[in-house]
Design a protein around this ligand. Sequence first.
Ligand code: NAD
Length: 297
Amino acid sequence: MSFKTIAVIGAGTMGNGIAHVFAQHGYDVQLIDVSETALQKGLATIGKNLDRQVAKGLLSEADKTATLGRITSHTSIAAGVANADLVVEAATENTHLKLSIFKEIDAAAPAHCILASNTSSISITKIAAATSRPAKVIGMHFMNPVPVMKLVEIINGYATEATVTSQIVELSKALGKVPAVANDYPGFVANRILMPMINEAIYTLYEGVAGVESIDTIMKLGMAHPMGPLQLADFIGLDVCLSILQVLHDGFGQPKYAPCPLLVNMVTAGKLGAKSGEGFYTYTAGSKELVVSPQFK
Ligand code: NAD
């Protein structure tokens, strides 16, 4: 099957990045969000990120205009998916919400349309079971920021057809990405390995083994990671890290995935990392300086 029209559901952090990448590679994109404000914000972000590519000489002004011209926005799922060959869902991470969105997509999308979810942790098999076409449901897990990060983790649900997987692998390559395929078990591959490392870093701080800066410096310079695990947790969002650890803990029933009590306390106190202005570090708009939160000094 050749893909022409891609519907992207959710115009937030991930959705606008996914729409950007598909439109830049010549696909017609239908960008859908329940919120008109989110759509406008998402389109503005795409514009800004394209401007950055133009400034770096990676894209011409004409390509930028053509890319934006390929994106149409909608607040209705039914209208947005009506002619789609592929839907990539990137709405809020909530199981109940995603199941209801997939029922709605399934009812309105053409029979040949493949339905993908960008979920970080919700079972693809569960999402697929809410539709009448589980063989055509797959995980397409892009990384943040989508226009920059090369990886697409592709997740086969229990019923995903092999031809659907190979089509999504080829499509990811056509976007200039590197696909890697996994099966549908809690956390897939990326978060199953990343989140226990972040949790262990938080335990290391909680038990007083070392401070924030030492932990991040050791992991950054010692392991050649681009940023330390505590800074990365702040970037991802501490609430997101907690909810993925809970998925791992519930899914495997093993104590090794139990979230550190310090992480639970920080989320309860509203310290969610960069997005709330404070996590392991404090964040001030316009400043790139990394300052350890007063709590951990
Ligand atoms: P976000 O909060 O930035 O955006 C979610 C968007 O979904 C919002 O604009 C919201 O208005 C919209 N939305 C909510 N209900 C909707 C509905 N019924 N129909 C249409 N739109 C709806 O979230 P995000 O960070 O972009 O995450 C989106 C998905 O991507 C989640 O499943 C998340 O787990 C996954 N993900 C996130 C990251 C990340 O780093 N942020 C990385 C990989 C995967």
